[in-house]
Design a protein around this ligand. Structure first.
Ligand code: ATP
Length: 335
């Protein structure tokens, strides 16, 4: 992850996708326009509507746009989400999935002081989905853990900790049962940790972590874990801080990065202009940090926080009656 401003003008791939993806993207670009940073937007098509129009949910042209950009902002894809986002992650070798878990005021967060990052390995583990045909006894799935991929993700987690003033990284695994695969993950964790003597380490089994996330969530700073465990704990994290409309995410590769809200296209509210754009805006905050625009990231983050603190312009998922663009306007006015 970059830590300082790298360019005067950034090329950003914009893939709004389907349903509320388009609405929250419009609101986010409106807000980004209020920052002191120069973007060159290149639009790409993807998702259900794109499939209907062009016969493919993810045209090669869109992949090229993402490949050539400094970063990509992605809205949401509907039924085709798996084909679109999984394919982009694979094509761009986006090995790290980042899911911040942070409590904001005037939301349904279960606790007040939660602020940690889940760094999830995105390319292997259980989700290689290598399942043989059914066997006589049932079915078999293989789980792959490689030294190269786990070293890379663990190193990323420690670098993230350093760049974001965190003091501790927690490894989550199940090495007492998965002695070889998670035993290796654990071993690599301590090897990598020895390069970062200023960052404290901690390790928990995944089942215990599921409980600690409920009993002491404020004790976590950075969690690093394998693909399936990360997926499950991320959604537990989303539940902790209440509400899909608030949760951003990042997919990071060596040469490409994509930032997207965790929610999908929400066909039930699409087209009404009432979707909460904050998850998309917080994804843009992550993008700004990635490209090294930390001051602008802080500014946008603070403007969003002020809207949540003031609590008089909130969308209906947060108990208010504001429209997507009214909320965007309030954020922009706070910049
Ligand atoms: P998809 O099939 O694209 O995943 P979905 O409706 O199954 O769509 P989500 O889009 O993740 O899944 O949304 C689940 C529900 O959460 C929606 O029905 C919607 O009411 C609510 N929701 C999700 N995102 C938002 C948002 N940004 N603002 C308000 N409500 C939201």
């Amino acid at each position: 992850m970059n830590t300082s401003k790298t360019k005067d003008k950034y090329q950003i791939a914009i893939v709004p996708g389907d349903g509320i993806g388009k609405e929250v993207m419009e609101a986010t670009l409106f807000v980004l326009d209020g920052l002191d940073v120069d973007f060159d937007y290149v639009y790409g098509d993807a998702g259900d509507e794109c499939l209907e129009k062009t016969g493919t949910a993810l045209p090669d042209e869109t992949l090229d746009i993402i490949r050539n950009a400094d970063a990509c902002l992605f809205g949401a894809a509907g039924e085709t989400a798996a084909d679109v986002i999984v394919k982009i992650r694979q094509e761009m070798k986006m090995f790290a999935n980042l899911r911040p878990v942070k409590s904001y005021p005037n939301t349904n967060s279960l606790f007040e002081n939660i602020d940690f990052m889940i760094v999830r390995e995105n390319t292997e583990g259980m989700y290689i989905a290598d399942e043989e045909q059914y066997t006589d006894e049932g079915a078999i799935a293989r789980r792959i853990i490689t030294r190269q991929a786990e070293e890379r993700i663990i190193d990323y987690a420690f670098k993230y900790a350093i760049n974001n003033s965190k003091t501790k990284v927690t490894a989550v695994h199940k090495a007492n049962v998965l002695k070889k695969s998670d035993g290796l993950f654990r071993e690599i964790f301590y090897e990598v940790a020895s390069d970062y003597p200023d960052i404290a380490t901690e390790e928990f089994y995944v089942d215990a972590t599921a409980m600690y996330l409920i009993t002491q969530p404020e004790s976590f700073e950075v969690i690093v874990t394998t693909n399936l465990f990360g997926d499950i704990l991320s959604d537990e994290g989303a539940g902790l801080v209440g509400g899909l409309g608030l949760i951003p995410s990042a997919n990071i590769g060596e040469n490409a990065a994509l930032f997207e809200p965790v929610h999908g296209s929400a066909p039930d509210i699409a087209g009404q202009g009432i979707a909460n754009p904050i998850a998309m805006m917080l994804s843009a905050v992550m993008m700004l940090r990635y490209i090294g625009e930390n001051e602008n990231a802080d500014k946008l983050d603070a403007a969003i926080l002020k809207v949540l603190n003031d609590a008089n312009i909130l969308t209906c998922d947060l108990g208010g009656s504001a429209t997507t663009m009214e909320l965007a306007n309030a954020v922009k006015n706070n910049l």
